[in-house]
Ligand binder design. Structure first.
Ligand code: G3H
Length: 251
């Protein structure tokens, strides 16, 4: 039996102002959510504190979509780990492909962000995944290995308690073209094997690996049914309460 945490995280990206945040959270709060699934929402920075307050009586966790690696300083427009902690946020998405592609986040920068998250006792949802060209040229395993080796695998075995992995093939994000359940399983198994090689079987068996990329209520059950898929990181479908709730209930 799979004893790993089942997790469904909604990545709201740059969507939802404060009133839309309350609206969406009201619907989620009022819904039936399974007790054995950890549900996470990641509103934009401007809604984090309010979202946390709105969910004070709920098990839904509020997380941030990004943070800067430095403790403080002249980094106009950026937000630190301590600032997130200060409004009750202790989970953060790091390395989303949109951050890598549009905001030039390299594996080296991400390694520093991972360190900052760990130093601040935060859980990091570490994203990785290949682009379409990598898959077409059969280089997807190498790319993923490189992203993990350079961005994450410098941590200590005990740090894995604070890490959730999220495989997001870039070609499946927001495109409606999801990876097949077999493709997801193949990559998740490969990644779990990499973790086992370096950090041992116990760590590999206990880390949750989420799949992200065009997950919707129609395909979630089959994807989540794969042996090494422990949940999802949901983009577009996380913005519609009905769809997100259906996905959370898909295990
Ligand atoms: O973080 C979420 C992913 O980018 C997936 O987005 P999507 O579900 O809209 O394809």
């Amino acid at each position: 039996m799979n004893m790993r945490n089942k997790i469904v995280a909604g990545n709201w990206k740059m969507n939802c102002d404060i009133s839309q945040t309350y609206e969406l959270l009201d619907e989620l709060k009022d819904s039936e959510l399974p007790e054995d699934v950890t549900v996470i929402v990641t509103p934009p920075f401007t809604s984090l504190q309010s979202a946390n307050q709105a969910l004070v009586d709920s098990d839904i966790i509020v997380a941030a979509q990004n943070m800067h690696q430095a403790a403080n300083g002249a980094f106009t427009g950026e937000v630190s780990a301590a600032m997130l902690n200060g409004v009750g946020i202790d989970t953060v998405i790091l390395g989303h492909s949109e951050r890598r592609a549009m905001f030039w986040e390299t594996n080296e920068i991400l390694a520093a962000k991972v360190n900052t998250a760990l130093e601040n006792e935060m859980t990091a949802i570490f994203c990785f995944g290949e682009e379409l060209g990598d898959r077409k040229s059969d280089n997807h395993f190498n790319i993923v290995k490189e992203q993990l080796q350079e961005g994450l695998f410098h941590i200590k075995a005990e740090n894995w308690e604070s890490i959730v992995l999220a495989y997001e093939p870039v070609w499946a994000i927001g495109t409606g073209e999801t990876a097949s359940p077999e493709q997801a399983q193949e990559m998740h198994k490969y990644v779990r094997g990499l973790v086992a090689d370096i950090f041992g079987n116990e760590v590999a068996k206990s880390v949750s690996i989420l799949y992200g990329g065009s997950v919707n209520p129609a395909n979630a059950k089959e994807i989540f049914g794969q042996e090494d898929v422990d949940g999802g990181l949901i983009g577009g479908a996380a913005l519609k309460a009905e769809d997100f709730i259906a996905i959370v209930n898909s295990f």
